[in-house]
Write a protein that binds this ligand. Structure first.
Ligand SMILES: C[S@@+](CC[C@H](N)C(=O)[O-])C[C@H]1O[C@@H](n2cnc3c(N)ncnc32)[C@H](O)[C@@H]1O
Length: 223
């Protein structure tokens, strides 16, 4: 690619992002902050020996990622871990999320297994309010307070996460300020596989059944 086309591509990406940010400001349901590296880091960690325990947590689950961004790493995480299916909830980049998922799953020779998936063009609160009780395993990466519209919205999301969580499943919260109050929580840190100088933080929030089922696996990872 020539320098000129790189420049015009980055100018148009920046314009696209500003437009999406302006739309999100008007809607008042969150901010179209461009995706970070957070979901990707969690996926790459799941491929390591230490992070491989995520496979136990996600296998057979209905996995939902809140604020999935533009990239296919939430799907890659769920599919690699043997999840039953995957939903990407993304109100501001749903078009890009859909495109990246179809490109990723359609790659010839793709080694990540195929699982059913959906992209939901909704904000996380609206999405969760439509879900049934006790069914899901929820993932959120990079959902810090500055992304969401305010403390009241965050508290309502936290209470919905508690309601929809399958009793023996965890809410996986990586670099995220979402923190359901009435679940037990443990925090794990790990070195990011692609940038070993960066330490990533993952919190697991779960009810008694989740800790009874997976407590021994998690104990080994706690510092
Ligand atoms: C920092 S990015 C993280 C993206 C991705 N998880 C990653 O780590 O690359 C935050 C994402 O949350 C989305 N977002 C903002 N408000 C939201 C809301 N109310 N519900 C769901 N997603 C939201 C943004 O559009 C953005 O894609």
């Amino acid at each position: 690619m020539s320098g000129d086309s790189e420049t015009s591509e980055s100018v148009s990406l920046s314009r696209d992002w500003r437009e999406r940010l302006s739309v999100s400001r008007d809607l008042g349901t969150g901010f179209a902050a461009p995706g970070g590296e957070f979901t990707r880091a969690l996926y790459e960690w799941a491929l390591t020996d230490q992070g491989g325990f995520l496979k136990d947590l996600l296998a057979g689950r209905r996995v939902v990622e809140l604020g999935a961004g533009m990239m296919p790493y939430g799907y890659a995480l769920a599919a690699t871990c043997g999840a039953r299916n995957f939903v990407a909830v993304e109100p501001f980049y749903a078009d890009k999320q859909s495109l990246s998922l179809s490109t990723f799953t359609g790659q010839p020779g793709q080694s990540v297994p195929r699982i059913p998936y959906k992209v939901k063009d909704q904000d996380m609160l609206a999405y969760l309010q439509e879900e049934a009780d006790d069914l899901l395993c929820v993932v959120a990466c990079g959902i810090e307070d500055c992304i969401l519209p305010g403390a009241d919205y965050r508290a309502r999301v936290e209470s919905e996460i508690r309601r929809v969580l399958e009793p023996d499943a965890f809410f996986l919260s990586s670099h995220s300020d979402l923190y359901p109050k009435d679940l037990k929580t443990v925090e794990i840190t790990y070195l990011r596989p692609s940038k070993p100088k960066v330490r990533d933080r993952l919190r697991l929030h779960g009810a008694k059944d989740a800790f009874e089922r997976y407590g021994d696996r998690i104990k080994d990872l706690l510092v």
